[in-house]
Design a protein around this ligand. Structure first.
Ligand code: TXA
Ligand code: MG
Length: 344
C-alpha cells in the first residue's frame, strides 16, 4: 500500500491494515527511525511469523509499539519516576524503555520479566497502531543480519514473499534505530545507542551509563540483540579513525592499493571530504558534514545496501567522534565492519 503521511486511523486503507494486523497478519510500515515489521503483540501465531520471515534468533526479544499511554498501563506493572520524565520529554520518539512486564503480551515477544516499549513519532505508524487497537511488536523489517530498512524498497528486497504486506510511506527520518534504555537500576543504562542521544537523556535524568559490553568486547550485552553481528554488507569493510588529514590520506592510499589489486572499492564519507577521495575509488558516497551528521545517520543503511548492489568488495568508511548521534552511527558502522578499525 502507498500511504500518505497525513493520514489518521480513520483512513480506509489504514483501517484495513489495522484489521489485518489485529487478525494476525505481519505487515511492514515506516517509523521515524527505520521500517518495522509489525504483528499483533498479543497473538503468538502472528509474532512467530515475524521470527520466521526475518530468520531472527528466537532469544532476541522484540520492541512493543504503542500509540497511547493507556496502552502502556495495560502492559506494565510499574512506571518509575525516571521513565515518566523520559516519556514526557521523548515520546512519541526514538526512545525505547525497558519496563517490568505484566505478562499480557505473547511470550514470543519477550521471555524476560521485562518488556521493551516505545511510542513512535511517525503519523503512519501511530495511525496504524490506533487502527489495530492492539500493541504492535515490531523489529526492524530486514532479514536478520542485514542493514535495517530506511525505504520501502529495502523491505521489499529482503522480505517480499515472506510477509503479508508493506506500507510505503517514503523514507524514514533518523535512519538509525531507537535508543534502548533501562532505568531500573541505580544508574540508567543505554543498551543500544540510537536516535535520542546520551547528551539529551542526561539533560532529563542526569548521568547515564553505556552498557559496558558495547565498549569492551567479551562482555555479555544487556540487550540480547546486541550480541549478534548486524548490518553487515557483503564486502569486507574497514573504519579509518584518527586525525582528519591522516584519515583522508590513509583512505586514498588503501583505495589505490586495493584498486590496483582489481578490487571494487567503495568509500563512505562526509560531504566535506567527498572531493578529496581518490578517483580510483569505484564508488564514493558522502552525507552530512563534521558539524551535522544527521544526514549521515539517515543514509548509512542505504549506503551499505548501495555498495552491495554495485558488487563493491572492499568498503572504507570514515570514523566519527562518539558524541551526539555519532555514538549510534559508530555503533552501527563498527558492527557493519565486524570490528575492523584502522587507527592512523
Ligand atoms: O527504532 C527501532 O527501535 C526499530 C523500529 C521498527 O521501531 N525497531 C528495532 O527493533 O530496532 P529490533 O527488534 O531490531 O531491536 C530491538 C532491540 C534488540 O537489541 C533487543 O535485544 C532489544 O531491543 N530488546 C528488546 N526487548 C528487550 C528487553 N526486554 N530487554 C533488553 N533488551 C531488549
Ligand atoms: Mg534490527
Amino acid at each position: 500500500w502507498y500511504v500518505d503521511k497525513n493520514v489518521d486511523e480513520y483512513n480506509p486503507t489504514v483501517m484495513e491494515i489495522g484489521d489485518r494486523l489485529r487478525k494476525g497478519e505481519v505487515i511492514a510500515f515506516p517509523t521515524e527511525t527505520v521500517y518495522g515489521l509489525g504483528a499483533n503483540a498479543l497473538d503468538s501465531n502472528a509474532v512467530r511469523k515475524i521470527f520466521e520471515a526475518k530468520g531472527r534468533p528466537s532469544d532476541n526479544p522484540l520492541i512493543v509499539h504503542i500509540a497511547s499511554f493507556e496502552q502502556l498501563n495495560e502492559l506494565v506493572t510499574h512506571i518509575d519516576e525516571k521513565s515518566k520524565q523520559l516519556m514526557a520529554r521523548f515520546w512519541p520518539g526514538p526512545l525505547t524503555i525497558i519496563f517490568p512486564s505484566k505478562g499480557k503480551i505473547s511470550e514470543l515477544v519477550t521471555s524476560l520479566p521485562t518488556v521493551a516499549i516505545r511510542m513512535p513519532d511517525h503519523p503512519i505508524a501511530l495511525a496504524i497502531i490506533r487502527a489495530a487497537q492492539v500493541p504492535i511488536a515490531a523489529p526492524s523489517a530486514n532479514r536478520s543480519g542485514k542493514p535495517s530498512p530506511t525505504k520501502a524498497e529495502h523491505v521489499w528486497s529482503d522480505l517480499h514473499g515472506r510477509i503479508d504486506g508493506i506500507v510505503d510511506g517514503g523514507n524514514t527520518g533518523y535512519g538509525v534505530e531507537s535508543t534502548v534504555i533501562d532505568v531500573s537500576g541505580d544508574e540508567p543504562v543505554i543498551l543500544r545507542p540510537g536516535g535520542v542521544t546520551i547528551e539529551q537523556l542526561e539533560e532529563v535524568i542526569g548521568e547515564v551509563e553505556i552498557d559496558p559490553a558495547l565498549v569492551h568486547k567479551g562482555e555479555k550485552p544487556k540487550a540480547p540483540g546486541m550480541k549478534y553481528t548486524h548490518y553487515a554488507p557483503d564486502a569486507e569493510m574497514w573504519l579509518v579513525q584518527g586525525e582528519e588529514e591522516k584519515v583522508i590520506q590513509e583512505i586514498n592510499r588503501i583505495v589505490k592499493e586495493k584498486s590496483l589489486e582489481g578490487r571494487r572499492v567503495g568509500v563512505l564519507t562526509t560531504k566535506d571530504h567527498q572531493d578529496r577521495i581518490s578517483e580510483t575509488a569505484y564508488k564514493v558516497l558522502a552525507y552530512g558534514n563534521k558539524d551535522d551528521l544527521t544526514p549521515f545517520a539517515a543514509n548509512v543503511y542505504d549506503a551499505l545496501r548501495q555498495f552491495d548492489k554495485d558488487k563493491i568488495d572492499f568498503i572504507l568508511a570514515e570514523a566519527f567522534p562518539e558524541t551526539g548521534i555519532g555514538l549510534a552511527i559508530m555503533n552501527r558502522l563498527k558492527k557493519a565492519a565486524g570490528g575492523n578499525i584502522l587507527k592512523v
